[in-house]
Design a protein around this ligand. Structure first.
Ligand code: ATP
Length: 200
């Protein structure tokens, strides 16, 4: 397995901006959110299990998951949430490990908004937090998705508080400035990671 950097940050902090920049340098990037969607694509084992367990209500006409229905269901019934997570979490983890193992670059990056909360940081050698003030998170996330500020605030409230993430992360990149300023910090960190990975 390659040397793995875990890259995290709250909603709208700039994880994608940062991981795209590292991907452009030839670094393999595995995105936990993308993997979470892949494991429940129609025909996948987790999709099959969900279909058998919840029946047709859990699917839309095109056979993809009816996420709104599932959200309401597991919100109302905690044991159903546990069941759903028992089907998805191990498969997400296995797929992440598989994709990290297949990485051929000098090091690999695992991007996850819930890197610390989910235990996915255990799959990494080092962690990098993309850090911005909450007001910036809300500004950028609302501009990007036309989401309501209250909706973004609710998601922020459900994620690990910024201070705790700052304490846990090995490295912090401040993304409160321009993208160029972020890139400059990433250039320096990338050099460090190449060094660390080469001694692994
Ligand atoms: P999510 O967790 O919601 O997927 P994310 O952490 O991946 O978010 P990005 O999508 O990279 O965050 O960034 C959020 C928005 O802010 C995007 O529209 C992005 O283009 C913009 N953005 C990121 N960094 C900067 C910056 N330094 N200056 C201006 N805009 C930025």
């Amino acid at each position: 397995m390659s040397w793995v950097l875990g890259l995290t940050g709250g909603i709208g902090s700039g994880k994608t901006a940062a991981s795209d920049y590292l991907a452009n340098k030839g670094i393999c990037v595995v995105d936990a959110d993308v993997v979470a969607r892949e494991v429940v694509e129609p025909g996948q084992p987790a999709w099959q299990a969900i279909k058998e367990h919840f029946g047709a209500d859990a699917l839309l006409d095109d056979q993809t998951l009816n996420r709104a229905w599932l959200r309401t269901k597991v919100f109302a019934e905690p044991e159903q949430r546990r069941w759903l997570e028992s089907q998805t979490h191990p498969r997400i983890r296995d797929s992440i490990i598989q994709q990290l193992q297949n990485a051929t670059s000098a090091y690999a990056v695992l991007v996850s908004p819930l890197l610390f909360e989910s235990g996915q940081s255990l799959l990494t050698q080092r962690t990098l937090l993309i850090d911005v003030p909450v007001t910036t998170q809300i500004d950028r996330a609302t501009q990007r998705d036309q989401n309501q500020a209250e909706q973004i605030q609710r998601i922020i409230d459900a994620q690990m508080p910024r201070d705790e993430k700052r304490q846990r992360a090995d490295d912090i990149a401040d993304n409160s400035g321009t993208l160029a300023a972020l890139h400059q910090q990433l250039d320096a960190l990338h050099e460090q990671y190449l060094q660390l990975a080469s001694h692994n």
